[in-house]
Design a protein around this ligand. Structure first.
Ligand code: FMN
Length: 195
């Protein structure tokens, strides 16, 4: 197989693998470090390198579970939207993953770029992590649920007012379930201008 076939296969074959399809086995930290190292090679306008990661694993997952459930309870009790089932889910879910990486966007002090570019760069970093996971046979998916968009959650992950929490990248060894991808044809989304 030549390298071009390899990159096509990794890109097309990458799937979001959800925790119900994780074996419970711990992913080798060396692979997670490789994913993070590749994330660091995302494109970055003006070299602001805005991606930030907090990696939770082992007992750290319990800490994440408690912290996210606490924030959820505090915020939703104050605004009247608290739901016990959601709270319990936040307390339990992290332990289904081997590692969870909280992904943040750190705004540079000078705010030298439009925010959308910084967010875009972080999502490129996430895709690098996801492709690396797939290439190493590791399951992963990005979650933007739970407390992702709670202002009050930022400080847990070392993020400040102008920064953003962008989601939680869940990682686990995949069961051998067959996951099929689906996309509408690319032709529907392209306009060629050639004359
Ligand atoms: C920005 C973004 C946020 C996402 N958030 C969630 C989420 O909160 N929950 C979820 O189940 N999947 C989430 N996903 C994963 C999508 O569900 C997944 O990419 C989609 O089903 C296509 O599957 P594939 O990644 O296997 O091609 C998110 C994906 C992206 C790009």
């Amino acid at each position: 197989m030549n390298e071009m076939n390899t990159i096509d296969e990794v890109i097309v074959g990458r799937r979001s693998v959800f925790p119900q399809h994780y074996t419970g086995e711990r992913v080798d930290d060396a692979i997670v470090r490789k994913m993070l190292a590749n994330a660091n090679w995302a494109p970055t306008h003006k070299f602001t390198e805005p991606w930030r990661f907090v990696v939770f694993t082992g007992e750290g997952l319990k800490r994440l579970a408690q912290q996210q459930a606490d924030v959820y309870k505090k915020v939703t009790s104050a605004n009247g939207t608290f739901k016990e089932e959601r709270y319990q889910n936040l307390l339990k879910k992290p332990m289904q993953s081997s590692h969870i990486i909280a992904v943040g966007m750190k705004r540079d002090e000078k705010k030298s770029l439009p925010e959308v570019e910084e967010i875009g760069a972080v999502f490129c970093a996430i895709q690098n992590m996801h492709l690396t996971a797939s290439a190493y046979g590791v399951g992963a998916y990005l979650s933007t649920g739970g407390i992702t968009y709670f202002e009050e959650a930022k400080e847990i992950f070392g993020l400040e007012k102008d920064d953003k929490l962008l989601g939680f990248f869940n990682i686990g060894m995949p069961t051998n379930v067959a996951l099929t991808g689906r996309r509408k044809p690319i032709e529907e989304k392209i306009t060629w201008v050639d004359h």
